[in-house]
Ligand binder design. Structure first.
Ligand code: ADP
Length: 246
């Protein structure tokens, strides 16, 4: 199976802290893969390294067979690789539609992007995606008026505006009302199956990971601790010990 994302020996330090220590993993094209591990194990750092938020100290990150380490966030986004955040990054004083439109940066200057002309095709795409996440009726509301869970759905739709080939999702269900979680899971599955978007998902909710991912990587102390099918990972004593702080 072809890997859309291939990471070899990634190391990232912050001063004396080794956040990622020689991590290697592969994400096959078209799959949903989970990334788990206790707090501080290096998951967020790895996401940030992949999408170009900071340079890595060593290693290789290949996306669609192209080395992307060293590229900047907008360049990597243009190649079709984006991340979402645990805390959403939307503009609360702008409407949902406006947030959708500015989510596709025309230049690296987001401010300038706000004042460009918007094509009818873009408006149509934004409306379709808001329908997809169930926010169409709220499209003219200020995004800050949405519930936290709805804001996460908006951020998800904003990422889809960029027509990514792959999305890195940082705890998509964190802070979301349990009754909305099933709806979110089925949307993630649809995005994967219908749009063919590969997903790498950081998630603490094991029920979500078990229902969503075909394969799971577990980090601990900045290193890859275990990998495998979700049920094997869930029962792996090393993973259990890592979560219990052993
Ligand atoms: P996780 O996402 O698994 O909770 P992180 O990647 O956020 O883990 O953190 C891994 C380690 O790197 C932690 O020890 C954290 O304190 C450290 N770290 C992360 N980002 C920074 C930073 N910008 N400056 C200093 N230390 C950082």
């Amino acid at each position: 199976m072809t890997a859309i994302l291939s990471i070899q020996g990634v190391r990232k330090t912050f001063g004396g802290v080794v956040a990622n220590n020689g991590i290697s993993l592969e994400v096959p094209e078209g799959k949903i893969v989970g990334l788990i591990g206790p707090n501080g194990s290096g998951k967020t750092t790895l996401f940030n390294s992949i999408v170009g938020y900071h340079p890595i100290d060593a290693g290789s990150i290949r996306f669609q067979a192209r080395e992307i380490s060293g590229l900047r966030v907008p360049e990597i986004a243009r190649l079709g690789l984006l991340r979402t955040f645990q805390q959403t990054r939307i503009y609360g004083r702008m409407t949902c539609m406006q947030n959708m439109i500015i989510s596709v940066p025309q230049s690296s200057d987001r401010w300038r992007s706000m004042f460009r002309r918007v094509s009818p095709a873009e408006t149509g795409k934004a409306e379709d995606l808001l329908k997809f996440v169930g926010l169409y009726a709220k499209r003219q509301l200020q995004a800050g008026e949405l519930s936290f869970g709805q804001q996460k759905l908006l951020e998800f739709a904003m990422a889809l505006m960029n027509e990514p080939r792959m999305l890195l999702l940082d705890e998509p269900t964190a802070g979301i009302n349990p009754t909305l979680i099933n709806g979110l899971i089925s949307r993630l599955q649809r995005v994967n199956r219908e749009f063919g978007i590969t997903l790498l998902v950081i998630e603490h909710n094991m029920r979500v990971i078990m229902g969503l991912a075909e394969y799971v990587y577990c980090l601990a102390h900045g290193e890859l601790l275990a990998q495998g099918a979700p049920d094997a990972i869930q029962n792996d004593q090393r993973v259990i010990d890592a979560y219990l702080g052993a």
